[in-house]
Design a protein. Structure first.
Length: 282
């Protein structure tokens, strides 16, 4: 079962949609007898909102679900999906929707990311993270920067806890060359990358400038893959003030194939580690 409330909401939505389709009911046939809006049903099925267990019971009655174990499982999911993750208290500090991303990230088993400008948040040092946050902030507010740094560092526990996520990062060579925060901070960050690349669950590849044009030149992206095949992959695209999560199968396939193409063109993990090490003193 998913462990984060956000992931539980998503799983619950997937299951409820599957049951609706199995009952051969469309949205209108569900919302009309329940007195709901189409928006409410859509948000439930896409996992955008927490669902009261009573509403889940009403849906299961409408779908003629008699299996008591399944009913209890979904009602339990509904109750647990209303809990708050550790990141919830920071939601006013985060970009719109990023708290939902953190909830899904915390439940992923594999994270694949391509970054063109900066080191991925899961691999940033405290000083580098602060420099990035302060450089991209519209307003310089010290306490908000502190909180954002704390959130970023807390997320990194995913790489080192008992069942760590596997992170596969492809970094454009520009990430190594762009000096963020000054020479000392950059050297510390590159050293940290080499150290993190030594973890068995972390793979870092560098896409060198000589690789030329490629299919991901439109921008960075993150793919989340979950331990249960019932939970489809998600692609996350970060923007300046918000983020976008893609769940369409065709879009997921495009980004998955693009990531595979990037890994094929990038330096191997060993070659990448050597290039990063050379960049520390250059």
């Amino acid at each position: 079962m998913p462990t984060s409330p956000t992931a539980r909401r998503r799983r619950l939505g997937i299951e409820l949609r599957r049951l609706r389709e199995a009952a051969n009911l469309n949205g209108v046939e569900v919302t009309r007898p329940l007195g709901w809006s189409a928006t409410k049903l859509s948000r439930i099925e896409t996992g955008r909102v927490a669902v009261h267990h009573g509403d889940v019971g009403d849906l299961l009655d409408l779908y003629n679900v008699a299996d008591e174990s399944l009913r209890q499982h979904l009602i339990t999911l509904a109750r647990e999906s209303r809990q708050k993750g550790w990141w919830h208290r920071h939601r006013d500090t985060l970009k719109a929707g990023f708290d939902s991303y953190i909830g899904l990230e915390s439940d992923a088993s594999i994270i694949m990311t391509y970054q063109a400008q900066v080191v991925p948040g899961l691999l940033q040092t405290e000083a580098y993270a602060r420099a990035v946050i302060e450089a991209t902030a519209i307003k310089q507010v010290a306490d908000r920067a502190d909180e954002k740094v704390d959130v970023r560092l807390s997320r990194q526990q995913l790489l080192t806890h008992e069942a760590p996520v596997h992170l596969h990062a492809v970094l454009d060579e520009a990430v190594l060359r762009r000096e963020v925060g000054g020479p000392a901070i950059m050297a510390e960050q590159l050293t940290f990358l080499v150290e993190r690349a030594g973890l068995p669950n972390v793979t870092i590849q560098v896409l060198p400038f000589r690789a030329g044009a490629h299919s991901a030149m439109d921008g960075p992206f993150i793919i989340l893959r979950f331990p249960d095949s019932a939970d489809p992959d998600i692609v996350y695209l970060e923007q300046a003030t918000s983020g976008l999560m893609l769940e369409d199968a065709g879009e997921i396939d495009w980004y998955t194939r693009t990531f595979s193409a990037l890994t094929a063109r990038a330096l191997s993990a060993d070659e990448s580690a050597r290039l990063i090490s050379r960049s520390i003193s250059s």
